[in-house]
Design a protein. Structure first.
Length: 96
């Protein structure tokens, strides 16, 4: 059991590192989007979750679990992107 737990912990560390990379893309999106209203894109959200479901199916893991995880991930990413967009744009307004 200890080896299994060590393996799970190692995978979790890898997942967090990948999520850091993913959130870096959210930071880039916040810099690129010219309007705050463009941060939330429901069509893109649906596409991302559908892509995750398809990958789950391809790998033989539970699609519904992956869809739930991705729902939380995408919503968290959107919230982060809003925060980053506001931080960047408040800084621009303060500099004016």
């Amino acid at each position: 059991m200890a080896e299994v737990r060590e393996g799970v912990d190692a995978v979790d560390r890898e997942i967090v590192a990948l999520l850091k990379r993913r959130f870096g893309y959210m930071d880039a999106a916040a810099r690129i989007k010219p309007e705050r209203g463009q941060v939330r894109d429901e069509a893109r959200k649906a596409e991302v979750i559908a892509n995750a479901r398809a990958e789950a199916r391809r790998h033989g893991i539970p699609e519904s679990v992956i869809a739930d995880v991705w729902e939380a991930l995408v919503e968290g990413s959107i919230a982060h992107e809003f925060d980053e967009y506001d931080r960047l744009n408040d800084g621009l307004k303060a500099a004016e």
